[in-house]
Design a protein around this ligand. Structure first.
Ligand code: GLA
Length: 497
């Protein structure tokens, strides 16, 4: 029987089935290699197994035989959401040819996989999460961090030269004097781990310690990025299982700020385990002994604002990623209502980095962006090319009167003081009893808006317009102004009776 079955399989060409572990090895310009694994099992017309690509790990949930191969659907859980990926695979000689659909309306990408050893590229086993405890506050970020981050403008194109250029420009443009201090490298700096498991930087960053020295030499601080998962969002090496080792490496390089991004961790942990996972790095940073601002990035899941301080987080993202558009900025910014009670010196809600100067919004829209973020006591992390800013963009990013509101020592985040709608008034209590008030017109038409003095404790002694840099006279029971479409007026009001 057995011989007969083997004979039949061979004669039908079925011995060459898809069963096996296959790898696509794609060399990147930064000297790293991107591996995608297809660990497949074929039983007749059915394919099962797993696919690991970048930060994602899918199991094969569906398969369908095609005339020359299979259509397979990968599925994974991301929190309580299912993510799917479609592939077509077929054998061509000793190769597995793969078609991948990344975006709708785009032709599929074709790649070629070769057989590799069983087990290679398998997702690592889950390391149990530690019991919860409070990680002591690190004493940093008494006011919302101010600086620059590479992602919004450069994404994977960031390199050593760009970072040095940004440090130079932060000083020469006046940004440093206005309070910006962190130069943060986002994803794609990572190289592979050495034989001792130490993380290295890739070719784009030949010497991180030298880069940190350079940035420090300018009186600035250097930030870096990683993930609690095996891979970062862009598919690079994450800190999974190397938390303490990486924290020590960063401390030795002279890193001052860590953005720790969930991404690849979703394949290993549930959202319920987030606090323990972030606590692990909080402990590791503390143990490494260098003051490092700890920035949690998990898109506001699991009510992070309630436990961020417990893991020694200095800031935590409250939303998914911002884009350089009015719609994206506005949706994120105005959705922050209700989180004010969680902001305090040392611990900030982070509605993501600034897009000011990246070109996708009009000047008045960028003024809304700056006003709203400052009202929200949000971190002011510029995301544009500091080497080539117009005067208008400089005036927005370096408006010291607006920055002073953001950095106000009381650390009170603004609250919406009007009904939610096309026109909104937000009020922020400042140190010493003054108020910052922003009148926002979200509509595509100009609008008249009125601020009643009763909203800020009575007729004030002084009213300052923080964009026109002029004092206004308070009279009557309020103040009415025409606010341009997609515009904002921001006032500092003190001495209400
Ligand atoms: C996620 C983060 C972004 C950025 C990218 C990098 O999307 O939310 O801010 O760090 O990853 O891959």
């Amino acid at each position: 029987m057995r011989f007969l079955a083997l004979f039949l399989m061979a004669s039908a060409g079925m011995a060459a089935d898809l069963t096996g572990n296959w790898v696509v090895a794609q060399p990147l310009n930064d000297g790293t290699t991107r591996h995608t694994y297809f660990n497949l099992k074929q039983e007749g017309d059915k394919i099962t197994g797993g696919i690991r690509t970048g930060q994602f790990f899918y199991h094969v949930a569906e398969s369908k035989a095609l005339p020359d191969g299979f259509a397979i659907t990968g599925s994974m859980l991301d929190g309580d959401q299912e993510r799917k990926a479609q592939y077509q695979v077929r054998l061509v000689g000793d190769e597995l040819h793969i078609l991948t659909w990344r975006r709708a309306n785009q032709p599929p990408a074709e790649s070629v996989a070769h057989r590799t050893a069983a087990g290679e590229g398998a997702m690592p086993a889950k390391i149990p999460v530690p019991a919860l405890h409070k990680v002591p506050y690190n004493g940093l970020a008494k006011t919302p961090p101010m600086g620059w981050n590479s992602w919004n403008k450069f994404a994977s194109r960031v390199d050593d030269a760009a970072v040095r250029g940004m440090a130079d420009a932060m000083v020469s443009s006046g940004m440093k004097d206005a309070g910006y201090v962190y130069i943060n490298i986002d994803d794609t700096w990572e190289g592979e781990r050495d034989a001792g498991g130490n993380i290295t930087s890739n070719k784009k960053f030949p010497d991180m310690k030298a880069l940190a020295d350079y940035v420090h030499g300018k009186g600035l601080k250097l930030g870096i990025y990683s993930s609690p998962g095996p891979n970062t969002c862009a598919g690079y090496e994450g800190s999974y299982g190397h938390e303490e080792q990486d924290a020590r490496t960063w401390a030795a390089w002279g890193i001052d700020y860590l953005k720790y991004d969930w991404c690849g961790a979703r394949n290993i942990y549930t959202d319920d385990e987030m606090q323990a996972v972030y606590q692990k790095m909080g402990d590791a940073l503390r143990k490494a002994g260098r003051p490092i601002v700890y920035s949690l990035c998990q898109y506001g899941r699991a009510e992070v604002w309630k436990w961020g301080p417990e893991v020694s987080g200095n800031l935590w993202r409250t939303t998914y990623d911002i884009h350089d558009s009015w719609d994206s900025m506005m949706k994120i910014g105005f959705s922050q209502s209700g989180l004010a009670q969680y902001a305090a010196p040392g611990h900030w809600n982070d509605p993501d980095m600034l897009e000011i100067g990246n070109g996708g919004m009009k000047e008045n829209e960028y003024r809304v962006h700056m006003s709203l973020w400052s009202m929200l006591a949000a971190p002011l992390i510029a995301g544009n090319d500091l080497r080539s800013m117009t005067q208008e963009i400089k005036d927005i990013l370096m408006n010291r009167e607006v920055i002073a509101v953001d950095q106000d020592g009381a650390g009170q985040q603004a609250r919406r003081a009007s009904p939610e709608g096309a026109q909104e008034v937000w009020v922020r209590e400042l140190k010493g009893g003054a108020h910052a008030v922003a009148l926002f017109n979200k509509a595509a038409e100009p609008a008249k808006m009125t601020l009643k003095w009763s909203a800020v404790g009575g007729t004030p002694k002084s009213v300052r317009d923080l964009w026109s840099h002029q004092d206004l006279t308070a009279s009557g029971d309020g103040w009415t102004a025409g606010i341009p479409a997609h515009g904002a007026v921001m006032l500092r009001i003190s001495g209400g009776e």
